[in-house]
Ligand binder design. Structure first.
Ligand SMILES: Nc1ncnc2c1ncn2[C@@H]1O[C@H](COP(=O)(O)OP(=O)(O)OP(=O)(O)O)[C@@H](O)[C@H]1O
Ligand SMILES: O=P(O)(O)O[C@@H]1[C@H](O)[C@H](O)[C@@H](OP(=O)(O)O)[C@H](OP(=O)(O)O)[C@H]1O
Length: 295
């Protein structure tokens, strides 16, 4: 039985009669092909990436496994529609805390139409993309039994614009309490450690410093963890993946400085949080006070 995923934190969603992804509850995530060029472009990326022998195996693990395409009834009721068949990255998690970060200071690319350039440029400028090299696209953080999930709505997420706002979210993502305080209780097991998010991002960065085959525009780092494991001080169930490849271009022998720059910026934030856990946050609190909604 297919259903809309509870854990989705960003992107087009299968709610209110819209077209969005579905899961089967057995480990597969079905992403509908967008009807313009984005759908075929994402299929093309997954297909060519899957058979590219130059991609190291440890880098392949950052990408959802691809199992072809399948035609399924679309979530918006419009009838049969082609979907990408991917691994559900959070299958087996009980209460995944997830954060989607769109990487790159610009989401438009040299061949973009004027219309698409304007749409992207405006968004890059209004968010933290232009200044920080990445922006928060969405999140959902488990706050423990009886507290549910903290899931800021779209407007709240759009309000995370300054370095202080973004740092606050990154701190609160690994904080234990349900209120807006930021104790960063899980930073060492989630961000730190040999298998933590920082180590994984550094591994990814090494590849991005070399690879010149792909330019990943509008692609996201999806990071997550299982709170129950973090509470026990276990590093297990920490996840870092890349998602959304509808705008991957041929790198043409040039490094992807747009993605690499954003990745370095994100790494810098995490390093700072790890070395400075518990310190006062530079940013403003209002986004959390106004939108400290628990699901
Ligand atoms: N393979 C996957 N397994 C589990 N969850 C996923 C997977 N791929 C994506 N997601 C969830 O769906 C969200 C959106 O994914 P994605 O960015 O691919 O969608 P989109 O509709 O193309 O987004 P955009 O609005 O940026 O174009 C992610 O933030 C994540 O929560
Ligand atoms: O971040 P938000 O506010 O959810 O906005 C979406 C985000 O900018 C996506 O990157 C974009 O898809 P593309 O990157 O593929 O253009 C999508 O465009 P769309 O609404 O035209 O699909 C926007 O709605």
């Amino acid at each position: 039985m297919l259903k809309a995923p509870d854990h989705q934190v960003a992107g087009h969603q299968a709610q209110d009669g819209n077209l969005g992804p579905l899961i089967d509850g057995s480990g597969r995530f079905y992403k509908p092909l967008q009807s313009d060029e984005r759908g075929p472009q994402e299929v093309l990326f997954y297909t060519s990436f899957a058979s590219n022998p130059t991609v190291p195996n440890h880098i392949r693990l950052f990408f959802p496994a691809f199992h072809g395409t399948v035609t399924l009834p679309a979530s918006d009721g419009s009838g049969p529609h082609p979907h990408l068949v991917l691994d559900d990255l959070v299958h087996g998690f009980s209460h995944p805390s997830l954060l989607d970060l769109k990487i790159g200071s610009r989401t438009w690319y040299p061949t973009s139409s004027d219309k698409y350039f304007k749409k992207c440029f405006d968004k890059d400028k209004e968010t933290s993309s232009l200044t920080l090299g990445f922006r928060i696209s969405g999140l959902r953080v488990y706050k423990g039994e009886g507290f549910g999930f903290w899931k800021p709505d779209k407007n709240a997420v759009k309000g995370y614009v300054t370095a202080g706002d973004v740092e606050s979210v990154l701190r609160r993502f690994v904080s234990s309490s349900a209120d807006p305080s930021m104790d960063c209780a899980f930073d060492s097991v989630v961000y730190g450690g040999a298998d933590g998010i920082l180590a994984r991002l550094l591994e990814l960065k090494v590849w991005f410093e070399e690879q010149t085959e792909y330019h990943f525009y509008s692609c996201s780092v999806l990071m997550g963890f299982e709170r129950e494991a973090a509470e026990k001080g276990r590093e297990g169930r920490v996840m870092v993946r890349l998602v959304d490849f509808a705008h991957v271009l041929d790198g043409g022998g040039v490094i992807d400085h747009n993605f690499l720059g954003g990745l370095c910026s994100l790494i810098r934030f995490l390093k700072r949080i790890l070395t400075d856990a518990g310190a006062n946050v530079v940013g403003k609190d209002p986004p959390f006070m106004e939108n400290g909604c628990l699901e």
